[in-house]
Design a protein around this ligand. Structure first.
Ligand code: PGA
Length: 237
């Protein structure tokens, strides 16, 4: 069976010094876990993190990329997939619910970014997930499958999906094991790729979530900022 991918989304956290300390601790512990590890620092820490990760098995990724076809151009504030690739990134998170809600990203934007990222040799991790209202209204599967269909790049593979219920992100709440398993099965009927679970993954719930059929790994936010917690999640995989 393929090893699980444990992806740490640092979001807009930390300083260069904290990033260096976190990477040093992760490198020291990475050899003891079977899972694949990847970290997703803010753009400004990518270069230093890439240098710190040299020679280790931990992969690097970015939290977003530009939606423009050109690898460079007049796009103030944007960072292209090619630039990320040149920095040593292997992955890029796309369509995280925070990008969707704070930056108005649509499924169409996410799909375009995924195609651009794939063309540059990055592995996109495309995020989908329902809100609490949608779950309570019994629409979770319809919403998520709609997002998956609309975000899917034309390529058949080379990307991952991440099921992240919006209400589970940073809240300490998670869906039940049955709900996670059912949703992953539903997603994998549309795209038979690695599907990560994300939303309040921590050392205490990692073993259960990661043992569910169809769960190919975890996308971890808060708990990825502490080496001990992140490595404990990876060890549970
Ligand atoms: P969380 O975040 O682990 O802090 O809930 C997950 C995510 O947003 O990817």
């Amino acid at each position: 069976m393929r090893n699980k991918l444990i992806a740490g989304n640092w979001k807009m956290h930390g300083s260069l010094k904290e990033a260096a300390a976190l990477i040093a601790s992760l490198k020291a512990g990475a050899g003891k876990v079977r899972a694949e590890l990847a970290v997703f620092p803010p753009y400004v820490f990518l270069h230093a993190t890439a240098e710190a990760l040299a020679g280790s098995s931990i992969a690097l990724g970015a939290q977003d990329c530009a939606a423009h076809e050109e690898a460079q151009g007049a796009h103030t504030g944007d960072v292209s997939a090619m630039m990320l690739r040149n920095l040593g990134c292997a992955y890029v998170i796309l369509g995280h619910s925070e990008r969707r809600s704070f930056h108005g990203e649509t499924d169409e934007t996410v799909r375009r970014k995924a195609e651009i990222a794939l063309a540059q040799g990055l592995t996109p991790i495309i995020c989908v997930g329902e809100t609490l209202n949608e779950r309570q209204a019994g629409q979770a599967e319809a919403v998520v499958t709609g997002q998956v269909r609309a975000c899917l790049p034309q390529e058949n593979g080379g990307f991952c999906l991440a099921y992240e219920p919006v209400w589970a992100i940073g809240s300490g709440l998670t869906p039940s094991a049955e709900e996670v398993e059912a949703m992953h099965a539903c997603i994998r009927r549309i795209a038979d790729v690695r599907v990560l679970y994300g939303g309040s993954v921590k050392p205490e719930n990692a073993a259960e979530l990661l043992s569910l059929p169809g769960v190919g790994g975890a996308l971890v936010g808060g708990a990825s900022l502490k080496a001990e917690a992140f490595l404990a999640i990876a060890a549970a995989a």
